[in-house]
Design a protein around this ligand. Structure first.
Ligand code: TYM
Length: 369
């Protein structure tokens, strides 16, 4: 298993990641506290799609005492946005709605330029603004959401990044990110830039502001470094809540990833693309219809079942019915795929409309300096 911000491969053992990364389980008690504070729960919490955290209990303590927190998340624009990226953003939107808080959204055209051998900076910047449309299309509050593309907001970030960089040794960066002597030096400084927005709200508001980062667990190495540095700079350590990965179309051993287009459903895909891709997706069903009817299938490895579970079927009773039916053989792979094709097509048709409308709203959301 490899899980870094730049590579996820092999069978991801999430329990092992909690141990290795030193994060915490989201306990039943913590779930109840979130539900109480938010006024309701979210299916991604109940189903352990968000399964791990750092200091979420501390953040709730602060919130209960009347100290407002802000949210921070982001995107590295190496291609079109895909459904996997939307997973943490959908949950982030729920958090913004329920807690009525600000969101700082970093788009890292600089990161993707230094990391990706064959990408030009002009292209990552262009993709950055295009990806921002997907964020806006999800319906974030325009008065409380601040999106910035790094190279157009670097003056505000740079002083913070420098202070983080000064307290981060090369050996730490090497150990946490797997850098070696052949890595370009842009990448060794880069983690300081992703750390900077954790402290940006405190800088902008002239007071210490608690920050919560919703993201998949691949981004956690950044927060480890940032949390070590925070007290040295006089800031709160950022809290984080981590999700699992939406698998790639090829099966549960892969993550949906922009750098592997064959694993992905993009937000710009047509209904025909969606149908074709889901029809071919990895199935946990029997080899033949007859075998499936006799022995049933395994929804835990079936890609269509997992997309419904993690993202597209919020109703837990329906999920139970579907999974029970799939295990017994009464529900076929074709049935599940047809349901998912409908859900994803409906979602994307609406999303693409909102994405078009977002072009006119972009200025309202973008921070530049
Ligand atoms: P990026 O563009 O790789 O991913 C954007 C967000 O999507 C999550 N993610 C996924 N979640 C579920 N299933 C998947 N298959 C999947 N693939 C990606 C990522 O965890 C991330 O939350 N360096 C970052 C950009 C960034 C950022 C941040 C991300 C800057 N600041 C703060 C999160 C929080 C990047 O390249 O993300």
């Amino acid at each position: 298993m490899i899980v870094t911000p730049w590579e996820v491969s092999g069978h991801v053992d999430y329990e092992k990641l909690i141990m290795e990364f030193g994060t915490s389980h989201i306990t039943k008690g913590l779930l109840e506290r979130i539900e109480k504070a938010a006024g309701e729960t979210h299916f991604m919490l109940d189903r352990k799609v968000f399964f791990s955290h750092r200091d979420l209990d501390w953040l709730l303590d602060k919130y209960e005492k009347g100290e407002e927190f802000v949210l921070y998340t982001g995107r590295g624009p190496s291609g079109d946005t895909h459904l996997g990226h939307l997973l943490p953003w959908v949950f982030t939107k729920w958090l913004q709605d329920k807690f009525d808080v600000e969101l700082y959204f970093q788009i890292t055209d600089d990161e993707k330029f230094v990391v990706k051998e064959n990408m030009e900076l002009s292209e990552t910047t262009r993709l950055g603004y295009d990806n921002a449309l997907d964020v806006i299309a999800l319906g974030f509050d325009p008065d409380k959401t601040f999106i910035f593309v790094d190279t157009d907001y670097i003056k505000s970030l740079y002083k913070i990044a420098l202070r983080v960089a000064k307290h981060t040794t090369f050996s730490t960066a090497k150990a946490v990110f797997g850098l070696d002597n052949s890595t370009n030096i842009g990448m060794s400084f880069w983690p300081a830039v992703q750390a900077a927005p954790c402290f940006l709200p405190s800088v902008l508001k002239y007071r210490n502001v608690p920050v919560l980062i919703p993201a998949a667990i691949d981004q956690d190495p950044y927060w480890r470094i940032t949390r070590d540095v925070a007290p040295k700079l006089g800031y709160y350590k950022p809290a984080a809540i981590h999700s699992t990965f939406l698998p790639g179309l090829q099966g549960p051993e892969s993550k949906m990833s922009s750098s592997k287009p064959e694993t992905t459903i993009f937000t710009t895909d047509t209904p025909e693309d969606v149908k074709k891709k889901i029809t071919r997706a990895f199935s946990g069903g029997g080899a033949t219809i007859k075998e499936h009817k006799e022995k049933g299938g395994n929804p835990d490895i079936d890609v269509a079942c997992q997309y419904l579970y993690q993202m597209f079927e919020p109703d837990s009773n329906k999920i139970k019915e579907l999974f029970d039916g799939y295990r017994s053989g009464a529900v076929s792979t074709g049935d599940v795929k047809a349901l998912l094709i409908k859900k994803v097509t409906d979602f994307l048709t609406e999303h693409q409309k909102k994405r078009e409308q977002a072009k006119k709203k972009l200025d309202k959301f973008i921070l530049k300096d």
